[in-house]
Design a protein around this ligand. Structure first.
Ligand code: IPM
Ligand code: MG
Length: 351
C-alpha cells in the first residue's frame, strides 16, 4: 500500500516522540512492503512562532491531501497563564479537528500485564480492563456560542448539539460495540441538560437498528465514579465533547501512565492519530519522554487502513519492550532508564 502521511510534530516533546513513531512505521513498511511518504507540516506554538497561526492554511492543505495525519502534541507554557493571549496553540488543534471533519475521538483504555502495578488503582479492580471511549469532537461547548456581557463581568459558553451530530457519533459507537462485546454506554446528564436529553432520545431511537447491542444510559457523574471502581463493567462509551475530555483523562489512570495511551480522531474520510498526553514542555529536547503512546497511535492508524498484521506487529513489539524493561524513565522504577530514541531504535530493530 502507498500512503501519504502528514506529520505534525508540534510542540514540546512532540518532535521526539514523533521521530520514534516514524522509525517504527518505516520498519513496518519495510517488513510488509508498504510505501510511506511523510509530509511534515507546522502546528501549535511552533507554527505561531514561524507564521503567527497555530494551524496555517498550508498545513491544512497538506493534511487534507494526505491519507492520514500523525500528530505529536501541542501547547506551550508561555500561553497558559496569559488569559489575554490572542492566539493559542490549542486553537490550532480545535480548528484542525473542525476543518478535517474529525467528529469522533476514539480513546481506548487497556492495561498492560507487565505494568499492572503501575496504576494507582488496585490490581483486582483494573485487571482485564479493555474499554473504549468515543468522544464527540467537533461540537458542544467547545464550539458553541461564547462571550462576555455586563462589561466583562459575566461570561458564557453554550453547549449546542444537533440530532445529526449525535446520530453520526452514535452510529460509530453502535458499530464499534458490534465488533466488540455488544455493550454500549451512553454517558450524559439528561437529568439536567436539554442537550443531553437530545442525546439520549436520539440514541434510544437508534437502538432498534442494532438489536445485537445492549445500551445502558448513565449520568456522567456516576460514570466518573464507576469508571475507577469497576472499569470492567464498561466496553464502548459514547459521550459529548467536554464530558469525554474529562473522562478520558480519568480513564488513562487505569493504565498507569498517560505516556502509554493512544488515540484516533476520525470522521468521514481522513484520520488523525495522536497520543493522549500533552507536550510535556519540561522534558522537551531531553530525549526522556515515553514514545509508546505515539507508537501505539500509529498502530491504530494501520488498523484503520485494515492492515491488521501491521498493527499487531507494533503492539507485540511494544509489549515485548515493556516486559524486557526497554523503557523510559517514567516506567524504569529504579532500573535502567532508556532514552526516547533508544526505545524507538529498539522497537524498529525488533520488529
Ligand atoms: C485533548 C486536549 C484538548 C481538548 C486541548 C489541548 C484543547 O485536552 O485532546 O483532550 O480539550 O480537547
Ligand atoms: Mg483533554
Amino acid at each position: 500500500m502507498k500512503l501519504n502521511i502528514a506529520l505534525l510534530a508540534g510542540d514540546g516533546i512532540g518532535p521526539e516522540v514523533i521521530d520514534q513513531a516514524v522509525k517504527v512505521c518505516n520498519a513496518v513498511a519495510e517488513k510488509y512492503q508498504h510505501e510511506l511518504h511523510w509530509k511534515p507540516a507546522l502546528t501549535g506554538a511552533a507554527a505561531i512562532d514561524a507564521v503567527g497561526d497555530p494551524y496555517p492554511e498550508e498545513t491544512h492543505e497538506i493534511c487534507a491531501g494526505s491519507d492520514a495525519v500523525l500528530f505529536g502534541a501541542i501547547g506551550h507554557p508561555r500561553f497558559d497563564n496569559d488569559p489575554s493571549a490572542k492566539v493559542r496553540p490549542e486553537q490550532g488543534l480545535l480548528r484542525m479537528r473542525q476543518k478535517l471533519g474529525l467528529f469522533a475521538n476514539v480513546r481506548p483504555t487497556f492495561t498492560f500485564p507487565s505494568l499492572i502495578d503501575k496504576s494507582p488503582l488496585k490490581r483486582e479492580r483494573i485487571e482485564g480492563t479493555d474499554l473504549v471511549f468515543l468522544r464527540e469532537l467537533t461540537g458542544g461547548i467547545y464550539f458553541g456560542k461564547r462571550g462576555r456581557e455586563d462589561n466583562g463581568d459575566t461570561a458564557f459558553d453554550t453547549c449546542t448539539y444537533t440530532r445529526k451530530e449525535v446520530q453520526r457519533l452514535a452510529k460509530k459507537g453502535f458499530e464499534m460495540a458490534m465488533k466488540r462485546s455488544g455493550k454500549l454506554c451512553c454517558v450524559d446528564k439528561a437529568n439536567v441538560l436539554e442537550s443531553s436529553r437530545l442525546w439520549r432520545e436520539t440514541v434510544q431511537a437508534m437502538e432498534k437498528d442494532y438489536p445485537e447491542v445492549t445500551v445502558s444510559y448513565e449520568f456522567v457523574d456516576a460514570v466518573a465514579m464507576r469508571l475507577v471502581q469497576w472499569p470492567n463493567a464498561y466496553d464502548v462509551l459514547i459521550t459529548e465533547n467536554l464530558f469525554g475530555d474529562i473522562l478520558t483523562d480519568e480513564a488513562s489512570v487505569i493504565s498507569g501512565s498517560m505516556g502509554l495511551m493512544p488515540s484516533a480522531s476520525i470522521g468521514d474520510s481522513i484520520g488523525l492519530y495522536e497520543p493522549i498526553h500533552g507536550s510535556y514542555p519540561q522534558a522537551a529536547g531531553k530525549d526522556v519522554a515515553n514514545p509508546l503512546a505515539t507508537v501505539l497511535s500509529a498502530a491504530m492508524m494501520f488498523e484503520d487502513f485494515d492492515l491488521m498484521d501491521e498493527a499487531s506487529a507494533i503492539r507485540n513489539v511494544v509489549n515485548r519492550s515493556l516486559s524486557e524493561g526497554i523503557v523510559t524513565e517514567d516506567l524504569a522504577e529504579g532500573g535502567k532508564a532508556f532514552k526516547t530514541s533508544e526505545v524507538g531504535d529498539w522497537l524498529a530493530e525488533h520488529l
